[in-house]
Write a protein that binds this ligand. Sequence first.
Ligand SMILES: *Cc1c(COP(=O)(O)O)cnc(C)c1O
Length: 316
Amino acid sequence: MSDRVEFGSWPTPVERAPRLAAALGLGAGDLWIKRDDLTGLGGGGNKVRKLEWTVGAALADGADTLVTTGAPQSNHARLTAAAAARTGLGSVLVFPGGPGASHSGNLALDGLFNARVVWAGQVDAAGLDEAAREVCARLRASGARPALIPFGGSSRLGARGYERCGEELRGQVPGLDTVAVALGSGGTMAGLVTSLGPDAVLGVHVGAVAEPDAAVAALTDADPARLRIRTDQVGAGYGTLTDPVRAALKLAARTEGMVLDPTYTGRALAGLAAAVASGDVRPGERTVFLHSGGLPGFFGHPQAPAFAESAADPAG
Ligand SMILES: *Cc1c(COP(=O)(O)O)cnc(C)c1O
């Protein structure tokens, strides 16, 4: 099991964020940002830690092509393509829908990394998995050796990357009370829960999976009844930019010069703000916001250009 490949430089930094802390209603010294947007490979983000393990296993198995799935603006798919380039493998990304809807953000980077994109049409989660298995079967039939990297990189093996991140955090912010993190496929929260315990991790569901608690519980031995999960930030669905998230993006940018993304980190901050407002996270508690990356997703979001207008409006 020691087949990890190193893609980043560890530990990632933690930074204080006193202006954001005060704006949220915390004490100025209560909030740290764990900069997992600075994980190095391929534009960075949380998927790099998971890929160190899953790609390590693929290399040990003799794979020559990485295959994975996700939404078209998937940060995980982009970073799988980058990991393939770094290790001299090919990559195939299987997305729902068809070509043409968007060419920006992560999709532009996927092409830059020389990933082949396969459009699976109108499929649900099970249909997308099925399409990826068919891609693997076709690759095998043509003599290739594909490795299927799980959705979001989230398996028990991938989650080990965030178990290690939790260990880093224990040293960087001794006595931390809460780490707030976006919950997509669940491996990031699960790994943190494994090393820090369920009481110390606040997951903010983004709407990427149907049952967020089950997704996390399947990837850790911690008591599922004790998981702290907020489901109040999904809005009309995974791809929508909600008003609380729009406010959170502006708040991070205008207090700390920190860029979040509309899908994951913006929801995580909106969820942390709601947790402070409801008293679930209190002033005086040592709080970490895990910045999990996602900047290309900002540029890939259809509503990103709307932020340009606030610069033209002094009152905006
Ligand atoms: C995938 C992703 C997450 C969520 O991580 P999971 O392990 O899938 O729950 C959070 N932030 C960003 C930017 C991501 O791309």
